[in-house]
Design a protein around this ligand. Sequence first.
Ligand SMILES: O=C(O)CCC(=O)C(=O)O
Length: 264
Amino acid sequence: MALTQAEVAQFHEQGFLIVEDLLTPDEVAAMRARAEEIAQPDSPEQSRVLRQVEPAVARGEKEADDYEFSLRKMAALALSRDPVFAAHARRPRIVEIIKALLGPNLVLYQDQLFMKPPRVGSRQPYHQDQPAGFDIDPPQHLVSCWTALDDSTEENGCLWYLPGSHKLGALTREERVEYEARAQRGELGDAVPLVVRAGGCGFHHGWLLHASGINLSDKRRRGYATHYVRSECRYVGPPPKPARLVELGTDFLQVTGQRFPGCI
Ligand SMILES: O=C(O)CCC(=O)C(=O)O
């Protein structure tokens, strides 16, 4: 069993689960090295991997040390079949945990590497993953795994989970904005920081409210998010599939188990 019954029950009650040291230092080092290659301005992956620059750097309000340290995130690494990141998305230790939470048939819907560079890494306001970009029905069968590639601390902008908030279901934009406003006013005292060493993982439900802080430190805080859905779900967004997959000329990444006709 990848998880004890108590851990599964805790996930369903709280909407998240934290597992320390799921990856070995060598596994983390391989992912870091590959991330650094992909983040170079002239890397061959440039056309496939989506990159987003920190907004304040893009506006010229802040200065990053170099191009790599200006990046807010890179996306579609596993989806574009990068061997290192696709292998991580299918890593048995992670997949067994997702199976315990979602069931035996799984695909990877999306993946994102949050770079959170030193000093310029910006806040990610409170949000739920599910309403923001996963067009699936039924909508609740989404679990995200966030893997720390650097030690993740409150100072360098770790993730914060709001326990039990997945039970609220899909919130409206206005409701999500109100949660962020309450966080800014210091009113979300029960939020839990995802403080883990590099190689630790946080697993969260698609409806769980979560946010990440500003990076106030001189060290970066990279975290790789892989978003899994049950293969039994139907894709209900603009046909035939998410725009990113159409652009890449690819499909969702098969992770384990079966696929079903008419489903994702
Ligand atoms: O790593 C971050 O700063 C944000 C991550 C996030 O929102 C997610 O994994 O869903």
